[in-house]
Design a protein around this ligand. Sequence first.
Ligand SMILES: [Fe+2]
Length: 281
Amino acid sequence: MLRFKNDIPAENATLRHDIYGGDVYVTPPCDGSQRLVSYAKDMIRDILNVPDIRRAHLELDEDTFFTRIGTLRRTLYLDEDYHKLLSATLAENGFDPDRMAFDPLRLRVICPDGHLNKKAAPVYFPHRDTWYAHPQCLIVYWTPLDDLDEHETFAIYPEYFDREVPNDSEVFNYDDWIKDGPDLKIGWQKQDSGMTATYPRSAEGFAPGEDVGFSCPAAGQVFIAGAHYHATRPQNTRKIRFSLDARLVHLDDAAANIGAPNADNRSTGDILKDYIKIKAA
Ligand SMILES: [Fe+2]
């Protein structure tokens, strides 16, 4: 059974161990997550320049919206100030900045009925993040910009946490993925990449079993194993769903090959070499 926990344990090793075992932590906002969310909202307001950013899809044409959000995604991913803020946020949650590395912040933008847009199709594929060449000790950090109900977050398929999902993760090689630069990795920079790039997928028609969701307040924090089989939920709430996420690795666990069970991940390449490391101040 999937266990949700709400309090960060005193020992960070306990937190990591629980996550590697399949537990999902949904914890209250902290100073850092509130700052991340507040900065992200300010930047979205500035760049979209519409009265209500959650309804920007009604005001801007697809190309304009895509281009502006793409610029912002780049900044959030690459800017050192956001790396430092993410590192401080993780430290606030008990992670030792000297032992952590991360793949930085990604802004996710899920539009109402976005699943009907073929270009965005890969966003909704059920997957494990580890299928993208991350180590088995990958922890995903996720925080929404607004209060979200259970049907607005993402679906977790607990029956397949440690059971094989038929998939083609062997098609994913990290070094091929980045050979033309970081745009594909940052995501949704090239509008047509959803039609042309190679994304690992579950076998056609695979039924993932029980689907579990959760609600989360704005700037609430979710920590989940990168090995969890999960999917972004399509939504038609008429409002855009914005969230931030990042991928975290504890370097000692990576070196010791500690992490979630590997049921079926055959992706290749060394993504850890490009993870960001921030020295504690
Ligand atoms: Fe994911």
